[in-house]
Design a protein around this ligand. Structure first.
Ligand code: A2P
Length: 268
């Protein structure tokens, strides 16, 4: 069960922050987001992930979570799947404001602007909760300093699973800090695979078929100008990587920046 504010708090592991949940919103029976306080000493780069756990066990279970809020934000947002019997999410999905969440102190990850060589357009290719690191990056002014156009692509099984991304884009366009930058430079492209939808296809197929370029009136991927970030399931990463390699993009990392980067979305 989730640790409640009234029960005695187990000791916080030395390498962890213990933060307070401030907001929880459920989207479907599979998806929710939450916000929590941000430790003043905690620094991260937009797009990075941290290890999250609950203080309810002697040896808490930790899982990697992309931080879905930008580096300038004074609270931390996370977007999560709910996995039936998932060692962490079966408990995490029941948190409410006031509960404590543990976060290991060191953020990391490759879906960061530093891992990409300069370019003109940035494609963010995501499925499911893989949109989380991009939720951070589309709200970071640095993304618009580095790229002229930002294309946020999100594919889900059902329309209802697109709500988080739709609210994110609306909030970004309304944001006093990035709203003006994002106004006509952030393009949102959604796909649905398992119910009727005007774009019933996978995000990867929207690229390989050229459909996204037609729909958004953009040129086909060009390794001289386009950069790609990919986040989703293992299979989706594999397909995303191969479509990048097919047009001559090269995988980057923090130590050797490239023209595309990948990271696996949270799995269980
Ligand atoms: P599909 O319905 O064809 O499997 P999930 O919720 O299982 O993570 O899936 C989220 C979305 O990712 C679904 O729309 C799913 O499509 C899609 N997807 C699954 N595998 C791939 C892949 N290899 N490439 C692109 N999209 C994928």
């Amino acid at each position: 069960t989730v640790h409640s504010a009234t029960a005695p708090m187990p000791p916080v592991p030395a390498n962890c922050f213990a933060e307070t949940v401030t907001e929880v919103e459920h989207y479907t029976d599979r998806l929710f987001r939450f916000r929590m306080t941000r430790p003043t000493s905690f620094r991260f780069r937009s797009g990075e992930f941290v290890m999250i756990g609950l203080p309810n066990a002697e040896r808490p279970v930790f899982r990697a979570y992309s931080i879905a809020s930008p580096a300038w934000d004074d609270s931390l947002e996370f977007y999560s799947i709910k996995v039936p019997d998932g060692p962490l999410t079966e408990h995490l999905q029941r948190i409410t404001p006031g509960d404590t969440v543990l976060m290991r102190k060191k953020p990391t990850g490759t879906l960061v602007l530093d891992a990409l060589l300069p370019g003109r357009r940035l494609y963010m290719l995501s499925t499911g909760t893989g949109i989380a690191p991009f939720a951070s990056l589309v709200r970071d002014p640095e993304t618009y300093e580095k790229f002229e156009t930002v294309v946020l692509m999100h594919g889900c099984r059902q329309q209802a699973e697109l709500t988080y991304g739709e609210q994110l884009v609306a909030a970004t366009q309304d944001d006093p800090l990035v709203g003006e930058l994002a106004a006509d430079r952030l393009r949102h492209y959604t796909c649905v695979t398992r119910e009727d939808h005007p774009r019933r296809l996978r995000v990867t197929d929207a690229i390989t078929s050229g459909r996204v370029f037609d729909d958004l009136d953009l040129p086909a991927l060009d390794p001289a100008k386009d950069r790609v970030m990919i986040c989703g399931s293992m299979e989706m990463l594999r397909d995303g990587k191969s479509l990048c390699e097919a047009v001559g993009l090269e995988e980057g990392s923090n130590s050797v920046p490239g023209t595309y980067v990948v990271e696996r979305a949270f799995v269980d």
